[in-house]
Design a protein around this ligand. Structure first.
Ligand code: SF4
Length: 292
């Protein structure tokens, strides 16, 4: 199987078979991101995808879940995605779920009928980078959508029964704004009802526009203690039934996992315990995160 550029997949897809359908990210403008700076966006040709599936069939005895690589694979047209889903069904008839990363704009470009057909083809779990539920924050980091657009598009997914996983970025609002960000983000999640919440932490990676803002003193990163307090406030304010909160990511200072609302207090206590073990002094600055 061929993979071009660095392959990123969500931690929860560790057991899934990966199939590359695009190279890079079509948006490639989020100001904190350098994941695909080394490649230009392009679509993988159908014959390459079929070749990879033939090869994969020799390697995998079973693949019930397939994750389409790369940065915003749902950018592909509904027709192209349906053809890929058909190829998957030909080679892996046992596959129950096809998942991938999607931006809000990728959903916007599909009609309700497209979404219904994609759901019928097994495309079900979309990882949507929400990062924050606060309008001024998503505009600052150039996510490419407004909060109102995000609410509209996620409601469309919910309407046709396509699950989405909300990707969040703790610390993204900057210094002294974490608690307010948590309030906006929890309200957003409560309204948009993700199947799973996945929280990472802002990293300042070399060469990104956001790193340059920090160097110029235009953006003040939140301290680690602020970020953990933000995570606690977020968990406290989420009001959803039976939704996993997956706060495990290489960028996170402390791993946190639980099912909401059942494990709400347990997760808050785990963060408090982590803070007391690490000590507030050690958490008073922003940690350098080298990469994702
Ligand atoms: S964060 Fe995601 S959508 Fe934004 S530029 Fe990076 S890969 Fe693309």
């Amino acid at each position: 199987m061929q993979f071009e550029g660095t392959t990123y997949r969500p931690p929860v897809e560790a057991e899934s078979m990966l199939l590359q359908v695009t190279v890079g990210c079509a948006h490639n403008q989020c100001t904190y991101c350098n994941m695909y700076d080394d490649v230009s966006f392009r679509v993988i040709k159908s014959d390459q995808i079929e070749h990879d599936l033939q090869e994969a069939r020799q390697i995998f005895s079973k693949a019930e879940r397939i994750f389409l690589v790369n940065g915003d694979a749902f950018v592909l047209s509904a027709n192209r995605l349906k053809k890929i889903a058909q190829l998957i069904a030909d080679y892996f008839p046992e596959c129950k779920t096809i998942s991938m990363y999607s931006s809000i704009r990728n959903i916007q470009s599909k009609s309700d009928e497209d979404l219904k057909e994609l759901k019928r083809c097994g495309i079900n779990d979309l990882y949507v980078g929400i990062e924050s539920g606060w309008g001024q924050v998503v505009s600052h980091i150039k996510k490419g959508h407004t909060i109102e657009e995000a609410k509209t598009e996620l409601a469309r997914l919910n309407e046709v029964g396509i699950n989405h996983i909300a990707g969040l970025m703790l610390g993204v609002a900057g210094r002294a704004k974490g608690l307010e960000n948590a309030e906006h983000t929890a309200a957003f999640l409560n309204e948009t009802k993700p199947k799973l919440i996945w929280a990472g932490t802002l990293g300042l990676f070399e060469g990104t526009p956001l790193s340059k803002e920090v160097e110029k003193g235009l953006f003040m990163p939140a301290s680690e203690i602020e970020i953990l307090e933000e995570e606690k406030a977020l968990i406290r304010s989420i009001n959803l039934e039976n939704v996993p909160f997956y706060g495990i990511h290489p960028t996170n200072t402390l791993p946190v996992f639980g099912i909401l609302p059942r494990d709400k207090q347990k997760m808050i206590d785990a963060i408090d315990l982590g803070i007391s073990r690490l000590g507030k002094d050690a958490l008073s600055d922003f940690f350098k995160r080298a990469s994702l």
